[in-house]
Design a protein around this ligand. Structure first.
Ligand SMILES: [Zn+2]
Length: 531
């Protein structure tokens, strides 16, 4: 069989800091041709010229030569070597396809004869023109290693980074220690207030040279800490020079470039903290102040979904203090008929369950219970993954259909189409992220041994006996308590007992019929967790 013919096109523009050298580009093209059994018949090289215009001499030569050639492919290192603008790319692609020539890229290596490949090709080119996300994370990371795009748009670097003279991000080692400390302390369960104290005690200062006060919550959400460069399109000029900053910055306007800048924390730590912060928000635990009502923030009213928290009131002429847990909906101007619960008995009740779990005598039962939950959990994870795969496939189909309808990319109808594609891509990416959490958990899942349990029970027992961090302990062991008028449901967090980290909570639900007013009277009849 006759080998197919290919020509190489390489371009180097001096303005790009991390540009691949011509040599490197050509090497890759040669390798690529060997691998794909292509005969490389010619090389076209443009050096040190801007890619945004067409005055690339060798490029023009190539286009002209193409007309009467017997080439099958033009191979470039990255699509953006071939052309920076989507419109130009479409133009030349069309022209070349008339001569039976297709453009190939070593890095992207997609098949642009399929709609999906075509879309991917389009998307990898015009960062400033189109919404881009990592359809193919691996190859994308390479494409996006582009200094120009990973430079700051000015302003102050986030804590943990410096901005170099070339406007690039660089890790500030001292501050990075502080960043890692923050993440670690969150995982260890400390409150924001505690963490802020810790940072200040250790002499860390904000970028403005001040002590930390609040808002480390927002800092912890910064994806730059996992090396993601976030490029905000809305604040940048459009291709036609206009600015579109009239609408709010939706996710569509944001281009994320994984591994665009150096990272400070690993993914697992980062995402674990994101999940934990989400839970905290729900638990209303973010104020960090220690309350004497240790169940505050843990109980949710199953009647109205507001939290149930502790309060003190003074009854009668003698002003006898009464501490109780009460639904907070009334504070928000709503009515709820869930009765108050005597705090003393409620706490006693919860502690009795904790005491039961942390009892060495029950270790075998606890082991069985957790392993049983792990099996169920594994099944559940697989189900979720399957569901997400279906959803991803469904949405990918839509993207492909829309892509086929995109024409020259110059009309406004096409613009709307590409915007729609962007929205569906968002959905796909969200699903993929979600899937990642499940898959990661599935990977580390294994049964636990009694020695794992023993170690942890000992640790928790010590905390319990010292009485110092009881609130923390409860939050580690209990995810949520749902309280109704005639039942109580406790979601135990079994994550506290397993030797590997999970993104998702592994829970066990203990529920029982329990009239909350009568907590006091049937205190002795607590249904045991282990029967
Ligand atoms: Zn309520």
């Amino acid at each position: 069989m006759k080998k197919k013919n290919a020509v190489a096109y390489a371009r180097f523009s001096s303005t790009l800091q991390r540009d691949e050298s011509i040599v490197r580009q050509l090497e890759s093209i040669h390798e690529y041709c060997d691998r794909n059994n292509l005969e490389l018949v010619e090389e076209y090289i443009d050096e040190a010229q801007s890619g945004t215009n067409d005055r690339r001499e060798r490029f023009q030569d190539m286009i002209e030569d193409a007309q009467n050639s017997d080439w099958d492919f033009i191979v470039c290192y990255k699509m953006d070597r071939f052309s920076r603008s989507v419109a130009d790319n479409m133009h030349y692609k069309k022209k070349l396809s008339k001569y039976g020539i297709r453009i190939m890229s070593v890095i992207e290596d997609f098949d642009d004869s399929s709609p999906e490949g075509n879309l991917f090709g389009l998307m990898t080119m015009g960062l400033s023109q189109f919404y881009v996300e990592n359809l193919k994370r691996e190859s994308f990371a390479g494409i996006m290693q582009n200094a120009k795009r990973c430079m700051t748009t000015g302003g102050t670097a986030p804590f943990g980074f410096n901005i170099t003279e070339d406007l690039e991000y660089e890790i500030n080692e001292h501050e990075a220690e502080g960043v890692r400390l923050m993440f670690k302390l969150i995982i260890d369960g400390y409150s924001y207030a505690h963490i802020i104290n810790e940072l200040n005690n250790r002499g860390f200062k904000t970028k403005f040279g001040n002590p930390f006060t609040s808002n480390i919550h927002d800092m912890l959400k910064n994806r730059k800490y996992i090396g993601e460069f976030v490029y905000n399109r809305a604040s940048k000029k459009n291709a036609d020079g206009s600015r579109n900053n009239h609408r709010k910055k939706s996710e569509n306007d944001i281009v994320r470039i994984p591994e665009g800048i150096p990272r400070i924390v690993d993914d697992r730590t980062f995402f674990t903290v994101q999940r934990m912060m989400m839970n905290r928000r729900y638990q209303g635990y973010s104020n960090g102040t220690k309350t004497k009502y240790i169940l505050s923030g843990l109980i949710v009213c199953s009647n109205c979904n507001f939290s149930i928290s502790g309060m003190i009131s003074y009854a009668g002429r003698k002003k006898i203090p009464r501490v109780r847990y009460t639904c907070q909906s009334s504070k928000k101007g709503r009515d709820c008929n869930v009765n108050d619960i005597n705090a003393l008995y409620y706490e006693k009740y919860v502690w009795s369950i904790v005491d039961e779990i942390l009892n060495y005598k029950n270790i075998k039962k606890l082991q069985d219970l957790i392993n049983k939950q792990l099996t169920l959990f594994g099944k559940k994870l697989q189900e979720e993954i399957d569901k997400l795969n279906e959803a991803i496939e469904r949405n990918s189909k839509i993207v492909n259909e829309l892509t086929e309808r995109v024409g020259s990319l110059r009309s406004s109808a096409d613009k709307i189409l590409t915007e729609q594609i962007g929205e569906y891509m968002d959905i796909i990416i969200e699903y993929k992220n979600e899937k990642m959490y499940f898959e990661e958990d599935l990977k580390v899942l294994e049964y636990i041994y009694q020695k794992d349990l023993k170690q942890r029970i000992k640790k928790y027992r010590n905390i319990m006996n010292s009485g110092k961090e009881n609130q923390l302990l409860l939050r580690r062991l209990i995810q949520r308590i749902y309280q109704g008028n005639d039942f109580v449901k406790i979601l135990l967090r079994l994550n506290a007992f397993i030797p590997f980290k999970l993104y998702n909570d592994l829970t066990y639900e203990k529920s029982e019929i329990r009239d909350n007013i009568a907590f006091k009277y049937n205190n002795k009849r607590i249904e045991p967790l282990f029967k």
